[in-house]
Design a protein around this ligand. Sequence first.
Ligand code: B1M
Length: 214
Amino acid sequence: MSTALEKVYEGILDGNAKLVVENVSVALSEDVAPAAILNEGMIAAMGEVGQLFEDGEYFVPEMLIAARAMQKGLEVLKPYLTEDDVQSPGKVVIGTVKGDLHDIGKNLVAMMLEGAAFEVIDLGTDVSPEKYVAAIKESGAQIVAMSALLTTTMPNMKTTIDALVEAGVRDQVKVMIGGAPITQAYADQIGADGYSEDASRAVAKAKALLAPKH
Ligand code: B1M
C-alpha cells in the first residue's frame, strides 16, 4: 500500500479529516487509482472502525468523527469517480430509510450514480415511506433506491414498498436496495427489483433495471 493510502486509512481510523483530505490528494497525484483510494483506503478503514466499535474499543463519538473524515475525503475524490459525456440514463430518488441515520454508503451510491449521469434526488436520512412516495410522484423518477445499515431499520424497506403499492406508484418505479445487512435473499423476500453489494455495482444494477427487455 502506498504511504499516502496508509495515511488515508489511518486518518479515517483517527477521525483526522485533515490527514485524509491531504493524503487523498497526494495519492491522486501519485496516480493511485481512485477505486483503490476508495476501497483500500476509505471503505476498509470504516470496516475496521465498525470492528473496533463491536469490540468495545470505539464508541459513537469515534464512529462519528471517522464518518466525518471519510465524508471530507469523499468530497475530494468525487470528481474522479465520474464518467464524462454520458447521456442521462434516468432519474433516481435515493434515501436512507426511516429510523436510520447512516449516510456514507447512500452518499457514495448517489455520487456514483451522478457520476454515471443519472439525475439523483437525494432525500437524505431517516426518510419516511410517505416522503419516498411524494418524491416519486413529484419527480417522475424511474428508480427508488433505499439504503439501510441497521438490522432494526431493514423492515422499513418493506414498509416503503407497501406504501408505494398503497399509493398506486409501485408499477412506475424499480426498487433498488442495499446496505451492510442487506442481501439478495432479503431483496427477493420483500419484493425489491434489485440489490447490490456496493456503490459501483449499484450503478450497473440501476442501468440494468432501466434497460429495455428483449
Ligand atoms: Co453505526 N452501526 N450506529 N454509526 N456504524 C454500524 C452500521 C454497525 C454495524 C457497527 C457495529 O456494531 N459493528 C452497527 C449496526 C449493527 C446492526 O444493526 N446489526 C451500528 C450501530 C449499532 C449504530 C447505533 C445504534 C449506535 C448507538 O447509538 N448505540 C447508531 C444508530 C443511529 C441511527 O442510525 N439511528 C449508530 C450511529 C452511527 C454514527 C452516526 C455514529 C455513524 C454514521 C455517520 C454517518 O453515516 N454519517 C456510524 C458509523 C460510521 C457506522 C459504521 C462504523 C460505518 C458505516 C459506514 O459508513 N461504512 C458501521 C460499521 C460497518 O458498517 N462496518 C456502523 C462505510 C460505507 C461506505 O459502507 O454504508 O455499508 P456502507 O455502504 C456500502 C454498501 O453497504 C453499499 O455500498 C457501499 C459501498 O460501496 N450500499 C448500497 C449502501 N447503501 C446502498 C444502497 C444501494 C446499493 C448499495 O442501493 C440502493
